[in-house]
Design a protein around this ligand. Structure first.
Ligand code: SDX
Length: 393
């Protein structure tokens, strides 16, 4: 159907789906956040710059940035009672299953006095979720590996603190590698927001009912998990491991083209980009740079490069506009940082929380219209009368 998500056929700037946060030009592979090109933000910005930009609309001056950083640091810890949730999960629980539970539970700890229409409360909730998601994510990882939780360190950057909470062990020295810290920060910037993707739309719909933002973010995590969306970063690595070697690539490409086979090239194709996803281009280049600096080879990187080459020489993919998307190379970077595969979508959620809460705040601030009431095109039976059970065919 024509028109936009909120069923406003006019797709006017006044409809509730209008947003000033992210602009995507699918055919040209352009991605802007508040007017800034993703290439510049990834090259020159840091986590605090870009999270402030998405939330408030401009890059912060030095004073605003210092305050923003301080507010994020102050919100990193979670209520001590929330920690008990983790002991209820089986050790083989997928970290995304844990995140869906514990992020929703934030509502039980921080929602009671929240007025979703109060500007101050909106900002307070934004700082809480952006700052607490890394802590909750690290605790999900520690639960999975059976290690004690590591509390946030105020002196560390957003990404340095996340690495520390993931990999530090009580009693052992852990020093954050600046190279890993910057690689994770660039990765986070590239995943922060992406207009009306499935999970962001979910957050906006949930929030439009005036549900609290913690529950809305939890709904976004649920939507992100699927392999057609954020779960693709984990699925790409599984696929590359399954392909195993370069000589198996032709068979994999043939399966991906075979309509009788449900196999798809994970990390390829996009609802909006029918050209190269600009984020994938940056991530691909960053993989080379990071592996080079770490003096590491990753056989999956070689496999990914060759798979891309073969696919983009194949008319099936090029004619359908199927190019690598952000998920195709993102797992290679996380592998180089020692982050396990089932944490990839969790980190996507940690990064995308900045976009989700920025979009939530933009939507709830325009409280004139409830969104998320798209209509359906009815294709069912014509009107008919009820029949008693013995009169039914
Ligand atoms: C993300 O929306 C966002 O912004 C999302 C995201 C974000 O930042 O939030 O960018 C993150 O979710 C990226 C996408 C990650 N998912 C994957 O990589 C999973 C693999 N990709 C596909 O499932 C698929 O490409 C989609 C769902 C991503 C997009 O599907 P489209 O554009 O709607 O394509 P389609 O389903 O209409 O298919 C068009 C044709 C079909 O063939 P024909 O019917 O024309 O013969 O392309 C084929 C499809 O069968 N096709 C693929 C394919 N993707 C589409 N064939 C093989 N492998 C693929 N990956």
């Amino acid at each position: 159907a024509t028109g936009c998500f909120c069923y406003d056929p006019g797709f006017k700037a006044t409809c509730s789906c209008a947003s000033a946060i992210t602009y995507i030009d699918g055919p040209r592979g352009v991605l802007l956040h508040r007017g800034y090109a993703i290439e510049e933000l990834a090259a020159d910005g840091d986590f605090d710059d870009v999270s402030y930009l998405l939330l408030f609309g401009d890059l912060p001056d030095r004073k605003a940035k210092a305050l923003h950083s301080a507010r994020l640091v102050a919100e990193r810890r979670v209520h001590e009672r929330l920690i008990h949730f983790y002991s209820g999960f089986l050790s083989n629980a997928h970290p995304m299953a844990i995140m869906v539970g514990v992020v929703g539970a934030l509502s039980a700890f921080y929602h009671d006095k929240l007025d979703v229409f109060d500007a101050g409360d909106q900002v307070a909730a934004a700082y809480r979720v952006i700052a607490k998601l890394p802590t909750l994510a690290a605790m999900a990882y520690k639960t999975a590996v059976g290690e004690p939780f590591v509390y946030p360190r105020d002196a560390l950057s957003h990404c340095g603190n996340l690495l520390h909470m993931l990999f530090a062990k009580p009693g052992a020295e852990y020093v954050v590698d600046p190279l890993a810290e910057r690689a994770l920060e660039v990765w986070m910037i590239l995943h922060m927001d992406h207009e009306q993707n499935a999970s962001t739309s979910t957050v906006r719909i949930a929030g439009s009912s005036e549900a609290n933002p913690y529950a809305a973010i939890a709904s976004g995590i649920t939507a992100l998990w699927g392999p057609a969306h954020g779960g693709a970063n984990e699925a790409v690595i599984r696929m590359l491991e399954e392909i195993g070697s370069v000589d198996q690539i032709p068979a994999a490409v043939a399966r991906a083209k075979d309509k009788s086979d449900s196999f798809r090239l994970m990390g390829f194709g996009h609802r909006v980009y029918k050209s190269y996803d600009p984020r994938a281009r940056i991530l691909k280049s960053y993989c080379h740079e990071l592996l080079g600096k770490l003096q590491r080879e990753d056989p999956l990187m070689e496999l990914a490069l060759e798979l891309e080459k073969v696919a983009l020489e194949d008319e099936y993919f090029v004619s359908r506009g199927l190019y690598p998307n952000t998920d195709f190379y993102s797992g290679i970077i996380l592998r180089a940082l020692g982050i396990p595969r089932d944490m990839y979508t969790v980190l996507f959620a940690v990064a995308r929380t900045v976009g989700w809460i920025s979009q939530w705040r933009e939507m709830i601030s325009d409280s004139t219209r409830v969104i998320g009431r798209p209509r359906q095109l009815y294709v069912g039976p014509a009107p008919r009368s009820f029949a008693a059970v013995d009169d039914r065919a």
